[in-house]
Ligand binder design. Structure first.
Ligand code: ZN
Length: 99
């Protein structure tokens, strides 16, 4: 994980995906809203480790997306996450510590 990926995401440049819209914490943080580099196409599915395939997403969004058998397209997943948040079914606190 190169630091440049995280800079791209946290600076809000085009291409950065922030599914939940929460403020991402530094990657060194231990909480679920820490910034992670997400592969749009997972490496195990043949996704390449290139900037075009990597976006910044918080740990929770990243994890939940890839927990699905077929990760939804970024735009679809973003809609899904926002929908859950609006119904109060995402997380109570984005900064809850991760065990
Ligand atoms: Zn998130």
């Amino acid at each position: 994980m190169a630091p440049s990926y995280l800079e791209v995401g946290s600076s809000g440049k085009p291409g950065a995906v922030q599914y939940c819209g929460c403020a991402m914490l530094p990657a060194s943080d231990k909480s679920s809203s820490r910034c992670t580099a997400e592969h749009l196409r997972a490496r195990c599915d043949g996704g390449k480790d290139v900037l075009e395939n990597v976006v910044a997403a918080c740990w929770l969004c990243n994890n939940r997306r890839h927990r699905r058998k077929v990760p939804p397209a970024p735009e679809d997943y973003k809609r899904l996450v926002r929908n859950r948040i609006s119904r109060g079914r995402w997380i109570a606190s984005a900064s809850a510590p991760v065990p």
